[in-house]
Design a protein around this ligand. Structure first.
Ligand SMILES: Nc1nc2c(ncn2[C@@H]2O[C@H](COP(=O)(O)OP(=O)(O)OP(=O)(O)O)[C@@H](O)[C@H]2O)c(=O)[nH]1
Ligand SMILES: [Mg+2]
Length: 193
């Protein structure tokens, strides 16, 4: 795909504040700090279009980014260990779940897991929710630059097993530092546009 332009559109938690033009949406989900906003920036070749931080809990609302006037990228708050109050986490969790379950224009969800670690229970819960709602899901193993070359296959197997996926399931290794995996992710997005 030739990327022409990308821009921030709006930030919301309530469905009544989401875009209304019914363009396809592609959402990025995963634990806090896994690298969702960074991945979105890498795909769009824009440095800090989506704000990132070393501190978990940076993205606090559902953020919509226009891509080529054709569809939206949707950056969601992370789950897991964000450094925010329990009540806030609960609220994000509820809004995110509602969005993933019932948002009509949502075409595909990219679930990010950290290539270094075994998936967490929260990742499994999210994957179950996506399966239940029959949303096409792409798994991305991110921060791949942090995994030693000799350990890479082992880590991808660990993620596959941890998520309960079979041999044939697609897991795309990705790094926002080296940009590897970018083309592969775009190819999948293209299929669902
Ligand atoms: N080495 C490396 N660091 C990364 C990569 N992706 C993200 N990071 C770093 O991880 C931290 C978190 O990145 P974010 O993109 O803000 O993560 P997020 O998932 O959006 O986090 P929340 O909004 O808090 O849920 C930042 O310090 C990034 O620079 C990657 O592929 N490799
Ligand atoms: Mg973020």
């Amino acid at each position: 795909m030739r990327l022409v332009q990308a821009s921030f559109v709006c930030s919301a938690l309530l469905p009544e504040h989401f875009p209304r033009d019914n363009r396809p949406e592609f959402a990025f989900v995963g634990r806090s700090n896994v690298g969702k906003s960074s991945l979105l920036n890498t795909l769009l070749r824009r440095k800090e279009l989506a704000r990132t931080s070393g501190k978990p809990g940076k993205t606090q609302t559902i953020n919509f980014f226009d891509v080529n006037g054709a569809f939206y990228f949707v950056d969601l708050p992370g789950y897991g260990y964000a450094r925010v109050a329990k009540s806030v986490k609960k609220e994000w969790g509820r809004r995110m779940t509602d969005y993933l379950r019932s948002r009509d224009p949502l075409r595909m969800v990219t679930l990010l897991v950290d290539a270094r670690h075994k998936p967490a229970d929260s990742d499994l819960q999210l994957l179950a929710l996506l399966e239940q709602s029959e949303k096409p899901t792409l798994i991305v193993a991110t921060k791949y630059d942090k995994v030693k070359r000799s350990m890479r296959k082992k880590h991808l197997d660990m993620i596959r097993d941890g998520l309960g996926l079979d041999e044939s399931a697609l897991i795309i290794p990705f790094s926002s530092v080296t940009s590897e995996g970018t083309r592969e992710i775009w190819n999948v997005i293209q299929e669902f546009k």
